[in-house]
Design a protein around this ligand. Sequence first.
Ligand SMILES: Nc1ncnc2c1ncn2[C@@H]1O[C@H](COP(=O)(O)OP(=O)(O)OP(=O)(O)O)[C@@H](O)[C@H]1O
Ligand SMILES: C=C(C)CCOP(=O)(O)O
Length: 344
Amino acid sequence: MKTVIIKLGGAAITNKKGSCQLANESVLDALIQQIQQAHSYLSAHGHQLILIHGAGSFGHPQARRYNLKAGWIANSGGLSTPPLANADEEQQANQAALLEQKAGFAHTRKCLLELHLALLSRLQQHGLPVLGLSPFDYLETDGGDKSPNVCFENLTNRAKQYLKLGFIPMLHGDAVLDRSLGCTILSGDIIMHKLVMLMPNITRCVFVTDVEGIYDADPKIVKRPKLIKHMPICSEQEEHQDTQSLPKRGGATKTEANRKQRRLAPISISAGVVDVTGGMGGKVKWARQIILDAATALSRTDVEIVICKAGSSEATKVMGLEPVLTDKGLPIPGQLMTVFTWAK
Ligand SMILES: Nc1ncnc2c1ncn2[C@@H]1O[C@H](COP(=O)(O)OP(=O)(O)OP(=O)(O)O)[C@@H](O)[C@H]1O
Ligand SMILES: C=C(C)CCOP(=O)(O)O
């Protein structure tokens, strides 16, 4: 039995240029039909499905506005307010800023839950047994992005329980409480990482977004960028050695040739609109981390991560566990997606 995780990216399910705006109904409908199709195939073959969704315009602008990722402002001695001469005034100003931030935290969670409910109702209308699972209710992180796996055990156990009962758990990026920061923003990309680390049978993680995959430059800015179809990941140490031994100018070294062979192309990632969790750069970082940690900490080299476009024929195939590389481990001609695997 295999488990597939599909992350519905904020760019695919919301209008990221707005605030609390869903994507076009036709885009959402196409995506939900793909999920329905994938679920029918997976369940008919004894496999399981987990959904995670991003926040898009129902979380990133709000988290940015209230500065939620770095924790309660009192922890850092106040936000941007300059020190006041009078200590009482300063304390009052800090308290007012903290109250505003807490109201912002509550508001952000309300927006996220609106998106969550909107997706739940659309998925349920298609007969899918999807149960919502909000990280906020099941965990406290400890140190934001650096939180240890143990913080995610309750959440993972709950997801496992839903799967066992025949439900599709749907988690999401969330505003959560954090033991050291007070609060933080937890990306769905990190949840994906933790689920792979804590569940033994996740073999494919699919990120669906609004572009075909990772290009060498943002396809919304640069004309005819090159799609990076395969990113074989090796150990950090090997990559470090490669970088160290690259020639300063001209002349190809043996390691440079190796590097080329593994197609570690330079990528330029634009910052995007308002993503507090790193946008496409964050996705690349966590995709690499998942492959690396699964291979090194769990001796699992079978995990595949794919970034593809919502509504595309590639997304349908990838969600339904069709092969993403040829028998020789090469990209399938004509397929537009980015695949991360352990470098063989
Ligand atoms: N080098 C690049 N290759 C591909 N897309 C890029 C690149 N640089 C920037 N982008 C932008 O990244 C965007 C997708 O990333 P983004 O984080 O917005 O996805 P998302 O679907 O919202 O995911 P999430 O909900 O996880 O944040 C694309 O709309 C694209 O314009
Ligand atoms: C911005 C919030 C609240 C969650 C972010 O989750 P992501 O969109 O999965 O990175």
